[in-house]
Design a protein around this ligand. Sequence first.
Ligand code: NZQ
Ligand code: ZN
Length: 389
Amino acid sequence: MIGNFAYCNPTKLYFGENSLTYLNTELPKYGSNVVLIYGGGSVKKNGIYDAVTEILKATGKNVAEISGVMPNPTLAKLYEGIEIARNHHADLLLAVGGGSVCDYAKAVSVSVNCKEDPWEKYYLRFEEPDCETLPVGCVLTMVGTGSEMNAGSVITNQETKQKIGHVFADEAIMPKFSILNPRFTMTLPHYQMVSGIYDIFNHICEQYFSGEDDNTSDYISEGLMRSLLHSSRIANANPQDYEARSNIMWTATWALNTLVACGKSTDWMVHMLGQAVGGYTNATHGMTLAAVSLPYYRYIMQDGLAKFKRFAINVWDVDPQGKSDRQIAEEGLTAMENWMKELGLVMNITELGATEDMIEGIADVTIVMPGGYKVLERDEIIRILRESL
Ligand code: NZQ
Ligand code: ZN
């Protein structure tokens, strides 16, 4: 039976080549003090910063900046941003960048008026805000996380080597609006593009590989995966293909805007393993997922055999004739492995900087999620991590 759920997604999206124009429509809805948040400088090189600041100026905004938000934003950087937003009496946080910048803006949003330590409250105790939060708007420049239309925010505590994501329950934490121009993603290095593609794919897998019921969400997921496989191959051969890059951007949003989780228990163990590796290595998010995925899926395959068989047939077009369920499921994972190699993804955690002596520590910070086909014990986590080396 499909599970019970509530669904509400209030983020307004503007998609396409002219979408930045709509910043002119959105900005007047908020007070005059805007904090502009961006990363390490890509937006200055590709002209997006100039285009955004021109609109901020034209709409008469009083702008403060938080620059240098790093990939996998840190807690120390969050504390810095909270001060800037407080001193500026911010009315709107405008994130211009990838998932890191959007996630970071949400973390500032829930922290500016928070009386407690945000790390402990939101990332260790997973509590909801009980203070006023600030509205967030996004101009997306990197595709993958879905942060443009969800309430997720991942922060890394460098001191404890913990990388933890909180998906806030309150839809008020979702961006009020997001501007999605596929052209803005064209300057991404190939490494980031394919890392984002795998992040999208894995978001869908994390929701798909759970439950045994007949659920519409799974049919939507299969369609999204097929579209992504198709467009990823085109974009890999020609990154400037606008149609493929547009489809990838749109798929990313649907992959993690809560829709395909409806009625599902959802797994998320690849993300928990990947985030733990990320806490130790600061590696690129999508690559950490790619590096642990196959050892994990091969380990749990038998426990979710019917779904892995369906995945092989419906997503990878494996011909089931004359084969056992196990053979079909294995062929599906082999097809997935071939596609991952074709994209040039990192297939082991060693290449990301993880070493044998880190394994115990990585296992210690791996959060165990109960929604998938198998609830992992510590020794199983260690085994999967070793196989990922
Ligand atoms: O910092 P700059 O100079 O802007 O460079 C960035 C960064 O180095 C660069 N970049 C972004 N747009 C570009 C560009 N370079 C050239 N041209 C452009 N148009 O790309 C690099 C990576 O950016 P980042 O924002 O870190 O990537 P991503 O979007 O993958 O975000 C990763 C973060 O999101 C979290 C991850 O854990 C990680 O911290 N996630 C957030 C989720 C959510 N909100 O629901 C879910 C995800 O599973 C994920 O955990
Ligand atoms: Zn992800």
